[in-house]
Design a protein around this ligand. Structure first.
Ligand code: ADP
Ligand code: ADP
Ligand code: ZN
Length: 212
Protein backbone atom coordinates (compact mmCIF):
# COMPACT_ATOMS: atom_id res chain seq x y z
CA UNK A 1 0.00 0.00 0.00
CA UNK A 2 1.49 3.35 -1.09
CA UNK A 3 -0.39 6.42 0.03
CA UNK A 4 0.22 10.16 -0.25
CA UNK A 5 -1.48 12.52 2.21
CA UNK A 6 -2.43 15.93 0.80
CA UNK A 7 -3.85 18.91 2.65
CA UNK A 8 -3.01 22.33 4.03
CA UNK A 9 -0.54 22.69 6.91
CA UNK A 10 -2.48 21.71 10.03
CA UNK A 11 -5.21 19.82 8.14
CA UNK A 12 -4.50 16.66 10.12
CA UNK A 13 -2.27 14.77 7.65
CA UNK A 14 0.15 13.64 10.34
CA UNK A 15 -2.58 12.64 12.79
CA UNK A 16 -4.25 10.45 10.15
CA UNK A 17 -0.99 9.14 8.67
CA UNK A 18 0.06 7.76 12.06
CA UNK A 19 -3.20 5.82 12.37
CA UNK A 20 -2.99 4.53 8.79
CA UNK A 21 0.61 3.40 9.40
CA UNK A 22 -0.40 1.50 12.53
CA UNK A 23 -3.42 -0.18 10.95
CA UNK A 24 -1.72 -1.21 7.69
CA UNK A 25 1.73 -1.91 9.20
CA UNK A 26 3.56 0.44 6.87
CA UNK A 27 6.02 3.22 7.79
CA UNK A 28 4.78 6.78 8.25
CA UNK A 29 7.24 9.01 6.41
CA UNK A 30 7.02 12.71 7.26
CA UNK A 31 9.56 14.98 5.58
CA UNK A 32 8.76 17.64 8.22
CA UNK A 33 9.64 15.19 11.02
CA UNK A 34 12.86 14.22 9.25
CA UNK A 35 13.84 17.88 8.82
CA UNK A 36 13.04 18.63 12.49
CA UNK A 37 15.12 15.63 13.64
CA UNK A 38 18.03 16.93 11.55
CA UNK A 39 17.66 20.42 13.02
CA UNK A 40 17.74 18.96 16.51
CA UNK A 41 20.85 16.91 15.73
CA UNK A 42 22.52 19.96 14.16
CA UNK A 43 23.29 18.24 10.83
CA UNK A 44 24.22 20.20 7.67
CA UNK A 45 20.85 19.28 6.15
CA UNK A 46 19.10 20.53 9.29
CA UNK A 47 20.95 23.87 9.17
CA UNK A 48 19.96 24.42 5.54
CA UNK A 49 16.34 23.31 6.01
CA UNK A 50 15.85 25.52 9.08
CA UNK A 51 16.53 28.71 7.12
CA UNK A 52 13.51 27.99 4.94
CA UNK A 53 11.22 26.43 7.53
CA UNK A 54 11.59 29.36 9.93
CA UNK A 55 10.39 31.68 7.15
CA UNK A 56 7.36 29.54 6.32
CA UNK A 57 8.89 28.63 2.95
CA UNK A 58 9.36 25.23 1.39
CA UNK A 59 12.79 23.61 1.53
CA UNK A 60 14.26 23.45 -2.03
CA UNK A 61 13.26 20.40 -4.08
CA UNK A 62 16.85 19.18 -4.53
CA UNK A 63 17.44 18.88 -0.76
CA UNK A 64 14.05 17.30 -0.17
CA UNK A 65 14.39 14.77 -2.99
CA UNK A 66 17.84 13.59 -1.86
CA UNK A 67 16.44 12.99 1.58
CA UNK A 68 13.30 11.15 0.52
CA UNK A 69 14.96 8.94 -2.11
CA UNK A 70 17.42 7.82 0.54
CA UNK A 71 14.50 7.04 2.88
CA UNK A 72 12.72 4.95 0.20
CA UNK A 73 15.78 2.74 -0.12
CA UNK A 74 15.37 1.45 3.46
CA UNK A 75 14.08 -2.11 3.95
CA UNK A 76 10.94 -1.07 5.81
CA UNK A 77 9.56 0.53 2.61
CA UNK A 78 9.30 -2.83 0.82
CA UNK A 79 5.56 -3.16 1.53
CA UNK A 80 4.72 0.47 0.99
CA UNK A 81 4.40 3.63 3.08
CA UNK A 82 2.21 6.56 3.91
CA UNK A 83 3.81 9.84 2.86
CA UNK A 84 2.96 12.90 4.95
CA UNK A 85 4.22 16.24 3.70
CA UNK A 86 5.80 14.84 0.53
CA UNK A 87 5.34 15.59 -2.33
CA UNK A 88 4.68 19.30 -1.84
CA UNK A 89 5.48 20.63 -5.32
CA UNK A 90 4.77 19.44 -8.85
CA UNK A 91 8.48 18.69 -9.51
CA UNK A 92 8.53 16.54 -6.33
CA UNK A 93 5.42 14.67 -7.48
CA UNK A 94 6.94 14.12 -10.92
CA UNK A 95 10.16 12.82 -9.36
CA UNK A 96 8.15 10.40 -7.21
CA UNK A 97 6.15 9.16 -10.20
CA UNK A 98 9.37 8.66 -12.18
CA UNK A 99 11.07 6.78 -9.33
CA UNK A 100 8.06 4.48 -8.98
CA UNK A 101 7.70 3.99 -12.75
CA UNK A 102 11.34 2.94 -12.92
CA UNK A 103 10.43 0.04 -10.62
CA UNK A 104 7.15 -0.73 -12.43
CA UNK A 105 5.37 0.53 -9.37
CA UNK A 106 2.74 3.18 -8.58
CA UNK A 107 0.88 4.92 -5.78
CA UNK A 108 -2.47 3.50 -4.64
CA UNK A 109 -4.14 6.62 -3.23
CA UNK A 110 -3.66 10.34 -2.76
CA UNK A 111 -5.89 11.33 0.15
CA UNK A 112 -6.72 15.01 0.37
CA UNK A 113 -7.70 16.04 3.90
CA UNK A 114 -9.85 19.06 3.18
CA UNK A 115 -9.92 21.85 5.78
CA UNK A 116 -10.69 25.49 4.91
CA UNK A 117 -8.10 28.19 5.69
CA UNK A 118 -10.44 29.68 8.29
CA UNK A 119 -9.93 26.60 10.52
CA UNK A 120 -6.21 26.30 9.99
CA UNK A 121 -4.99 29.08 12.26
CA UNK A 122 -6.95 27.57 15.16
CA UNK A 123 -5.53 24.13 14.41
CA UNK A 124 -1.94 25.30 14.35
CA UNK A 125 -2.09 27.71 17.27
CA UNK A 126 -3.33 24.88 19.51
CA UNK A 127 -0.93 22.24 18.20
CA UNK A 128 1.49 20.75 20.73
CA UNK A 129 4.26 18.35 19.77
CA UNK A 130 6.43 15.80 21.48
CA UNK A 131 9.95 14.80 20.44
CA UNK A 132 8.70 11.17 20.19
CA UNK A 133 6.39 12.21 17.32
CA UNK A 134 3.23 12.58 19.38
CA UNK A 135 0.89 15.38 18.21
CA UNK A 136 -1.82 16.96 20.34
CA UNK A 137 -4.22 19.87 20.29
CA UNK A 138 -5.06 21.85 23.42
CA UNK A 139 -8.78 21.86 22.51
CA UNK A 140 -9.40 19.04 20.04
CA UNK A 141 -6.97 16.35 21.12
CA UNK A 142 -5.59 17.21 24.56
CA UNK A 143 -3.09 14.96 26.37
CA UNK A 144 -4.32 13.31 29.58
CA UNK A 145 -2.01 15.54 31.63
CA UNK A 146 -1.54 19.12 30.43
CA UNK A 147 1.79 19.69 28.70
CA UNK A 148 2.88 16.03 28.98
CA UNK A 149 2.95 13.39 26.22
CA UNK A 150 0.62 10.41 26.78
CA UNK A 151 2.98 8.15 24.84
CA UNK A 152 6.35 8.80 26.48
CA UNK A 153 5.87 11.26 29.36
CA UNK A 154 7.95 13.88 27.52
CA UNK A 155 7.30 17.62 27.76
CA UNK A 156 5.20 19.04 24.92
CA UNK A 157 6.41 22.03 22.91
CA UNK A 158 5.08 24.51 20.34
CA UNK A 159 6.65 24.38 16.88
CA UNK A 160 8.61 27.52 15.92
CA UNK A 161 6.71 27.73 12.64
CA UNK A 162 3.25 27.48 14.27
CA UNK A 163 3.40 31.19 15.22
CA UNK A 164 0.60 33.24 13.60
CA UNK A 165 2.80 35.31 11.25
CA UNK A 166 4.59 32.22 9.92
CA UNK A 167 1.33 30.28 9.59
CA UNK A 168 0.06 32.88 7.10
CA UNK A 169 3.22 32.43 4.99
CA UNK A 170 2.91 28.64 5.11
CA UNK A 171 -0.66 28.91 3.86
CA UNK A 172 0.54 31.11 0.97
CA UNK A 173 3.18 28.52 -0.01
CA UNK A 174 0.55 25.81 0.29
CA UNK A 175 -1.84 27.53 -2.13
CA UNK A 176 0.89 28.50 -4.60
CA UNK A 177 2.98 25.32 -4.62
CA UNK A 178 1.15 22.37 -3.08
CA UNK A 179 -2.54 22.76 -3.88
CA UNK A 180 -1.87 22.08 -7.62
CA UNK A 181 -1.06 18.49 -6.58
CA UNK A 182 -4.77 17.91 -6.06
CA UNK A 183 -5.33 18.27 -9.81
CA UNK A 184 -2.15 16.32 -10.56
CA UNK A 185 -3.37 13.25 -8.65
CA UNK A 186 -6.93 13.68 -9.86
CA UNK A 187 -5.58 13.39 -13.41
CA UNK A 188 -3.75 10.19 -12.36
CA UNK A 189 -7.10 8.83 -11.14
CA UNK A 190 -6.05 8.20 -7.53
CA UNK A 191 -7.35 11.30 -5.73
CA UNK A 192 -9.75 10.81 -2.79
CA UNK A 193 -11.16 13.77 -0.87
CA UNK A 194 -12.09 13.50 2.80
CA UNK A 195 -13.69 16.17 4.98
CA UNK A 196 -11.01 17.09 7.52
CA UNK A 197 -13.26 19.30 9.67
CA UNK A 198 -15.00 16.45 11.50
CA UNK A 199 -13.40 14.81 14.52
CA UNK A 200 -10.21 12.75 14.27
CA UNK A 201 -11.90 9.35 14.58
CA UNK A 202 -14.55 10.12 11.97
CA UNK A 203 -11.90 11.31 9.50
CA UNK A 204 -10.03 8.04 10.09
CA UNK A 205 -13.16 5.92 9.54
CA UNK A 206 -13.81 7.73 6.28
CA UNK A 207 -10.24 7.11 5.14
CA UNK A 208 -10.48 3.41 6.04
CA UNK A 209 -13.66 3.04 4.03
CA UNK A 210 -11.78 4.41 1.00
CA UNK A 211 -8.58 2.40 1.28
CA UNK A 212 -10.22 -0.81 2.48
P1 ADP B 1 2.72 20.63 8.42
O1 ADP B 1 2.52 19.25 9.05
O2 ADP B 1 2.24 21.70 9.30
O3 ADP B 1 2.16 20.70 7.04
P2 ADP B 1 5.42 19.72 8.05
O4 ADP B 1 5.87 19.20 9.35
O5 ADP B 1 4.96 18.73 7.04
O6 ADP B 1 4.27 20.81 8.32
O7 ADP B 1 6.53 20.62 7.39
C1 ADP B 1 7.14 21.67 8.10
C2 ADP B 1 8.02 22.47 7.15
O8 ADP B 1 9.06 21.60 6.62
C3 ADP B 1 7.32 23.02 5.92
O9 ADP B 1 6.69 24.27 6.19
C4 ADP B 1 8.50 23.16 4.94
O10 ADP B 1 9.29 24.28 5.24
C5 ADP B 1 9.32 21.92 5.27
N1 ADP B 1 8.94 20.76 4.42
C6 ADP B 1 8.38 19.60 4.84
N2 ADP B 1 8.18 18.77 3.80
C7 ADP B 1 8.63 19.43 2.69
C8 ADP B 1 8.67 19.10 1.29
N3 ADP B 1 8.21 17.93 0.81
N4 ADP B 1 9.19 20.03 0.45
C9 ADP B 1 9.65 21.20 0.90
N5 ADP B 1 9.62 21.57 2.19
C10 ADP B 1 9.11 20.70 3.09
P1 ADP C 1 -0.65 18.34 9.59
O1 ADP C 1 0.24 17.13 9.68
O2 ADP C 1 -1.56 18.31 8.40
O3 ADP C 1 0.10 19.62 9.71
P2 ADP C 1 -1.55 17.60 12.30
O4 ADP C 1 -1.93 16.16 12.18
O5 ADP C 1 -0.28 17.94 12.97
O6 ADP C 1 -1.64 18.30 10.84
O7 ADP C 1 -2.77 18.36 13.00
C1 ADP C 1 -2.72 19.78 13.25
C2 ADP C 1 -3.37 20.07 14.61
O8 ADP C 1 -4.79 19.83 14.52
C3 ADP C 1 -2.87 19.17 15.74
O9 ADP C 1 -2.85 19.94 16.93
C4 ADP C 1 -3.90 18.04 15.81
O10 ADP C 1 -3.99 17.48 17.12
C5 ADP C 1 -5.19 18.78 15.41
N1 ADP C 1 -6.12 17.94 14.65
C6 ADP C 1 -5.83 16.97 13.74
N2 ADP C 1 -6.95 16.44 13.20
C7 ADP C 1 -7.99 17.10 13.77
C8 ADP C 1 -9.44 17.01 13.62
N3 ADP C 1 -10.01 16.15 12.76
N4 ADP C 1 -10.19 17.87 14.37
C9 ADP C 1 -9.60 18.76 15.23
N5 ADP C 1 -8.27 18.88 15.41
C10 ADP C 1 -7.46 18.06 14.69
ZN1 ZN D 1 6.11 11.69 23.49
Amino acid sequence: MKIVMLGAPGAGKGTQAKQIAAKYQIPHISTGDIFRANIKEGTELGKKAKEYMDQGQLVPDSLTLDLIMDRFSKDDCANGYVLDGFPRTIPQAEALTAALNAKNDKLDFAINVDVPDSNIVDRMSGRRMCKCGGTYHVKYNPPKKEGICDLCGGELYIRDDDKAEIVAKRLDSYHAQTQPLIDYYDAEGILKNVDGTVNVDVVFQNICSIIG
